[in-house]
Design a protein around this ligand. Structure first.
Ligand SMILES: [Zn+2]
Length: 141
């Protein structure tokens, strides 16, 4: 590749062709840098050498039907694991995880010490974290 520079988790690619694919479990985001007239790709999770870069072209925190509808304008039918294995539960998780995160954040200020409420909140947090990682949502804001 020509003109690729590393910036921590990011790669500044100028005149480079990177192999990437739209995906509902993105592992990178991109942004345009007008100063260098380049695109900056930033990993949102570990990407091993040789792994493909997946970018979210559409909002990924929505149910399968909405993702398919949004992808239709690109004439693309996504076959990523999140789409191929979508269930009612995974659709619900994509629609509600941000609300759940906000609720957990609010609840943190109401518990303290080694109480059953603290343990329940920790368990709820860990279950949500595991579900989000399984669904590829760990890098969502
Ligand atoms: Zn997909």
């Amino acid at each position: 590749m020509l003109g690729v520079q590393n910036f921590g988790n990011g790669i500044l690619a100028s005149l480079a062709w990177l192999s990437y694919q739209p995906h509902c479990m993105p592992n990178a985001v991109f942004d345009f840098d007008p100063d260098s007239f380049s695109v900056l790709y930033t990993a949102t999770r570990k990407i091993k050498s040789g792994d493909q870069i997946f970018l979210g072209y559409i909002p990924t925190a929505v149910a399968l039907a909405q993702r398919r509808q949004a992808m239709a304008r690109y004439k693309f039918i996504c076959q990523c694991p999140a789409c191929a294995n979508a269930t009612t539960e995974s659709d619900k998780l994509r629609r509600t995880f941000q609300l759940d995160l906000n609720d957990i954040a609010r609840s943190v200020s109401t518990v303290s010490g080694r109480t059953p409420e603290t343990r329940d909140l920790m368990n709820r947090t860990l279950r949500l974290k595991a579900a989000m990682e399984k669904e590829g949502l760990e890098s969502e804001p």
